[in-house]
Design a protein around this ligand. Structure first.
Ligand SMILES: *Cc1c(COP(=O)(O)O)cnc(C)c1O
Length: 224
C-alpha cells in the first residue's frame, strides 16, 4: 500500500520546484504529519486556530505553519507569535488586528489577501475593488507589521474545468493589476496561492506559486 510520504513524493515530482507545496494537515493526527516531516517536509496548513495551536505546541518547532481558513479577529492573538503566512485575510479590520498583534510580538507577519473568485456565495474574500481601496488608503500605509506578499483564491467546487480555469485566470489578472499599480516590480508581492487536490494542475497552468493540498497527500478526511 502507498504511504503518505509516497503520495508526497509523487506530487512533488508532478509540480515544478519553484512552487511551494503546503501540506494541508487539518483533521490529521500528529503521527500522520510526522510521516512527511520525517521525509523532509516542513510547510503545513491548517484552517482552525484551536487545532493549529495544539499542533504547533506538540510538533517540531521548525515547521512553517500557514493559516489557510477563515480567521476571526479575536483569535489572531493566539497565532501571532509563530504563524509564517496567513492566506485568508478577508477584511481590512482583520488585517489591522494582525498588524496590532504582530507588533505586540515584535514580528512582521506575511499575509495574502483572499479574493472571492468562486460563484458560490459561501466563500470568503474581497472583490478587486475592495483591495484597491485598502491598498490606496492612508490607513494601510501606516501598517508596519504586516507584509502583503500576494493573493489567495478558491475556485468553485465543480467538475467543469473551464469554470475553474476562468476563475484562476481572473485571480491571476487581479494579481497583475495590483502588482503594477501598487507594488514595485521587485517587491515582496509575488505569491499566488491557488490550487487544491482537485484543481492544482489547472492552477499551476494559470500561474499559481503556492498550492494547498490535503486529500491527495493524506487520503480522504474523516470529519469528526
Ligand atoms: C482543506 C483545504 C485545502 C485542501 O483541500 P484538499 O481538497 O484536501 O486538497 C486547501 N485550501 C483550503 C483553504 C482548505 O480549507
Amino acid at each position: 500500500m502507498k504511504t503518505i510520504s509516497d503520495n508526497l513524493q509523487e506530487i512533488k515530482s508532478d509540480i515544478p520546484d519553484n512552487i511551494t507545496l503546503v501540506a494541508v494537515s487539518k483533521t490529521r493526527s500528529d503521527e500522520e504529519i510526522m510521516q512527511i516531516y520525517q521525509a523532509g517536509h516542513r510547510v503545513f496548513g491548517e484552517n482552525k486556530v484551536q487545532e493549529l495551536i495544539a499542533k504547533q505546541k506538540s510538533l517540531p518547532k521548525d515547521i512553517e505553519w500557514h493559516m489557510i481558513g477563515h480567521l476571526q479577529s479575536n483569535k489572531v492573538k493566539y497565532i501571532a507569535g509563530f504563524i509564517d503566512l496567513i492566506h485568508s485575510v478577508d477584511s481590512f479590520n482583520l488585517l489591522k488586528i494582525i498588524n496590532k498583534e504582530a507588533k505586540k510580538n515584535n514580528r512582521l507577519i506575511n499575509c495574502l489577501l483572499q479574493i472571492h473568485i468562486a460563484s458560490e456565495h459561501t466563500k470568503f474574500g474581497f472583490s478587486i475593488k475592495d483591495v484597491e481601496e485598502i491598498l490606496s488608503s492612508d490607513e494601510f500605509a501606516l501598517l508596519q507589521n504586516v507584509k502583503i506578499t500576494g493573493l489567495m483564491g478558491m475556485a468553485t467546487f465543480t467538475t467543469d474545468n473551464e469554470i475553474i480555469r476562468k476563475e484562476f485566470r481572473y485571480l491571476r489578472s487581479c494579481f497583475k493589476l495590483l502588482k503594477e499599480s501598487y507594488f514595485s516590480d521587485d517587491s515582496e508581492f509575488k505569491e499566488l496561492s491557488m490550487g487544491m487536490t482537485n484543481d492544482y494542475n489547472i492552477a499551476i497552468e494559470e500561474g499559481s506559486t503556492i498550492v494547498r493540498i490535503g486529500t491527495l497527500i493524506f487520503g480522504e478526511r474523516n470529519y469528526k
